[in-house]
Structure formats: structure tokens, C-alpha cells
Design a protein. Structure first.
Length: 291
């Protein structure tokens, strides 16, 4: 039987083979590494079938004692459950102690929607960094997810010299269908400026590092965190740009179902929830407004 550390490596490979998002693989891998360290140090256990429900709750209580948010605790529970399902499928365990774990009740927070002053400050903060400026504009003008941005390839972008309306092609994944998103002039201009300084690379991935390697999600997050702080928005996150795009479009009268399709929401209700935070005109349209 594989030891816990060996099983974790297999688990990560399993997630990657399932085409789980890079951020999910990284987060789940970290959660399970921490669980294994707890089991080894606190319980002197190293085999999957030795872990009990009490071990799992003890591990989670450690994070509650450190004032981790309920959302973080809930994510760790998801990681644990997925890991134990994997262990059972592999035959490493016969009983699944994670079945008894319950998620903490989380009161939904309203989305953080940046004001015009705030997103202009962010633009100003990264204006001299053409790569990050293009990233900010793409996120702000299209509402795409960071995982989708990370995977954009050069051929996924179409510029328009005639009517100013380009197109961003979002490739399908095993969970999400492909979709096309209009690219306004501001987004196109930012990308074109970045392409002038984009390093030579042996990859078609749009955003790359100076050595020409794909720009990883964790590095994008770290860079964005610095620029949010520089803009005077230390508590802002990348996902706030997505919130801002959706809220702004709906506020300008965009059709809810159209915006839902553009941002790739599985359920219309995910888009409709933003309506309670804005005032919108009576008329609806299918034109995306520039921020």
C-alpha cells in the first residue's frame, strides 16, 4: 500500500489527468500536504488507512484556532473529501472518514465592485508594466476568470481594423463550453502594446515571463496583489475585476442572459444576483460597454 506522501503525488497526477484547474490542483495539493504533516507530527501516522474522523477534525480545528475563514475551512473539507474518494477508488482505504465532515455555514458576502475611481487607480498603478496593464484590461473588459486568462493563446485573439470590435475565443474545458467574447478597443490596444514587448517564446500562450515561459496563475496573483496595494486597494482581489465587469454591464442595461453567456455562468441566477447591488435602466441591449 502507498504511504500518504506517495498517495498525495498520485492524487495530484489524478487531478491533472482530470483537467482540474491549475489553481484547484495547487490548492488541493497544499491542503493534503498540510493534512499529512499534521498526521505525521501530531498522530504519528503515515498510512492512508490509519486516518480517522478524529484526525480530520483535529486537523481542521488547528485552522479554526488560527482564525481561518469559514470559506477556507470549507475549501479544505472539499480537498479532504476529494482525496479520500481517490483513496477509496485506488483501494487504499475501505472506510471513508471524511463522509462525516460538515461544511461550516457561510453567509454569502456581496461582491466587491470597484468604483470608477478605483479601477482607474489600478490602471494608473500598472500603466508602465505593459504585460500587467494588458492583463488588467482583459479582466476588466471581458470578465473572464484568471484560469481562462492564463490559457489564452495568440491565435485566440482577433483584432478588428474595420469596426473596432475584436474577439476573444475562450477554449472549452471538460466543465465549460467554448465561448466568444467581444474585445473592445481599449482591450485590443492594451494587448497590441504588450505584444510589442512580449519576449520571444517557444509557446503560443499569450502572457509569458521574461525567459519566455507561460505566466503562471500564482505569479499573476502575486503581481496583481502588488498593484492593488500600489493603487490603494490592498483588500481587492482579481475576482473583483470580474464582479466589476458584470455589475457595470448590467448597470448600463445589458441583457442578463447575454452577460451570463459572456462570463460563462452555468446558471442565470449567478448573474441575476448582481442586480440587487445596482440600479439599471429599463432598456436592455446586447452591447458591452467599455469601462
Amino acid at each position: 500500500m502507498a504511504k500518504l506522501r506517495e498517495a498525495r503525488k498520485e492524487f495530484i497526477n489524478y487531478l491533472e489527468e482530470k483537467n482540474r484547474a491549475e489553481a484547484t490542483v495547487l490548492a488541493y495539493g497544499t491542503d493534503i500536504r498540510q493534512l499529512i504533516e499534521y498526521a505525521e507530527e501530531e498522530e504519528d501516522k503515515e498510512n492512508p488507512d490509519e486516518l480517522t474522523y478524529e484526525d480530520l477534525t483535529g486537523y481542521l480545528d488547528d485552522f479554526r484556532d488560527q482564525d481561518y475563514t469559514k470559506k477556507s475551512i470549507s475549501r479544505k473539507i472539499n480537498s479532504i473529501r476529494t482525496f479520500f474518494q481517490f483513496l477509496k477508488e485506488k483501494g487504499y482505504i475501505t472506510q471513508d472518514p471524511s463522509n462525516k465532515l460538515t461544511h461550516p455555514k457561510i453567509e454569502p458576502k456581496p461582491p466587491n465592485i470597484l468604483s470608477e475611481t478605483e479601477y482607474r487607480a489600478l490602471r494608473d498603478a500598472c500603466r508602465n508594466d505593459k504585460r500587467m496593464y494588458a492583463i488588467v484590461e482583459l479582466l476588466l473588459q471581458t470578465g473572464i476568470r484568471i484560469g481562462e486568462l492564463r490559457k489564452i493563446q495568440l491565435q485566440d485573439i482577433e483584432f478588428s481594423e474595420e469596426n473596432g470590435k475584436g474577439v476573444l475565443h475562450i477554449r472549452p474545458s471538460h466543465r465549460k463550453p467554448a465561448r466568444n467574447i467581444p474585445l473592445n478597443q481599449r482591450a485590443q490596444d492594451a494587448i497590441k502594446e504588450y505584444l510589442k514587448v512580449r519576449p520571444e517564446a517557444n509557446t503560443d500562450i499569450l502572457f509569458v515571463t521574461r525567459p519566455g515561459n507561460p505566466y503562471l496563475i500564482r505569479n499573476i496573483r502575486a503581481a496583481m496583489k502588488r498593484y492593488f496595494k500600489k493603487a490603494g486597494l490592498p483588500d481587492a482581489t482579481i475576482n473583483d475585476l470580474r464582479h466589476t465587469f458584470i455589475a457595470h454591464q448590467l448597470k448600463q442595461g445589458a441583457d442578463v442572459s447575454y452577460i451570463s453567456k459572456i462570463v460563462g455562468h452555468k446558471r442565470l441566477t449567478s448573474t441575476e444576483k448582481y442586480l440587487q447591488y445596482i440600479e439599471r435602466p429599463e432598456e436592455e441591449n446586447n452591447e458591452l460597454e467599455e469601462l
